[in-house]
Design a protein around this ligand. Sequence first.
Ligand SMILES: *Cc1c(COP(=O)(O)O)cnc(C)c1O
Length: 401
Amino acid sequence: MNYENHFAKSLAKLKAEGNYRQFTDIERIAGKFPLARDHKSGRDIILWCSNDYLGMGQHPKVVTAMVDAAQKMGAGAGGTRNISGTNHPLVLLERELADLHDKESALVFTSGYVANETTLATLGALLPNAVIFSDQMNHASMIEGIRKSKAEKHIFRHNDVAHLEELLRQVDINRPKIIAFESVYSMDGDIAPIKEIWDLADKYNAMTYLDEVHAVGLYGNKGGGISDRENLSHRVTVIQGTLAKGFGVIGGYIAASAGLVDAIRSFAPGFIFSTALPPAIAAAALASVRHLKTSNSEREKHQENVAKLKKMLIAANIPIIDTESHIIPVLIGDPHSSREASLRLLEEYDIFVQHINYPTVPKGKERLRITPTPLHTNEMMEQMTQALSHVLSQLTIKAAA
Ligand SMILES: *Cc1c(COP(=O)(O)O)cnc(C)c1O
């Protein structure tokens, strides 16, 4: 076999479909977010697609905590958690996260992806004869974990509680069951009917596993996510989150009972066999979580800006999906057009909103995904609305011609 030929052929196919990914090389500027430098053009651009939802990545408390810890403790963790990698900031971070979600215990992983994959794989394998019920729109990291667990899997239609019940009813009540879902879905921005799902979990004696990645830091009185906002944290068995989005740093975690966390700590390969997060990272994440636990101003301004921008976009007839979350998807529905829209926004308006194509969204659901932060100004929002109007009208003309 000619290996190189094979790679080239696979990539050519991706390019023809419009799904080949070209990364935009940027330099973030601490203190100026959402501004960044486009490395290629050398121009300042405005980020409109960052998952640093609250700008915590540049927060002085967070940056200072990182620098201080690096100066005191050095750059790396120096080992897996078991073999000298458990630095004290990580221990403090896990305590803080347990408290954030009103759970007995928490466990930190190198990313949210790893947290999902290794926790679900381990839970599904550890519980004898387990069945996992998985929302159709679940993130790739959950899907991978469930697959690796080799447990029996049933997929319920997205946010469809009646369908979930239909599937639950068909399984022996005595078998261990896990219902895995997200609170805020990252691509459509819709929110799961969490209370109804927990009612079903009680009725059918199931555990629940909730990915709050797009909600932690952003929702709830102390930033514990949708379960915190609804005062329902106690009803979810496992809350999973990230330190990389709302909290602005890197890393993932779960929060649950002491026994469950101890089991994952003891049996999950993705936790055991990987070097611990560096102390500077843990210290920065800790500063971010602590800050957002008591400060509501970022969350309030965030919601205010989201509402404002949605209103502007709707008034300008931009085809957004209007949901109750902070994510504003603009449906384009074609991979080439979404790419074109994104390119034009960058080149003509210095606006960076990455187009989202397959496999992140299904084919035909290509989109621009806009994420306003508390740091976007009115002027930026007005400019964004005008630019988007203009670029989209040109695309329509092109499609009609
Ligand atoms: C981004 C994401 C993850 C992974 O989190 P990372 O910390 O970025 O690895 C997990 N679940 C969902 C829904 C996500 O969007």
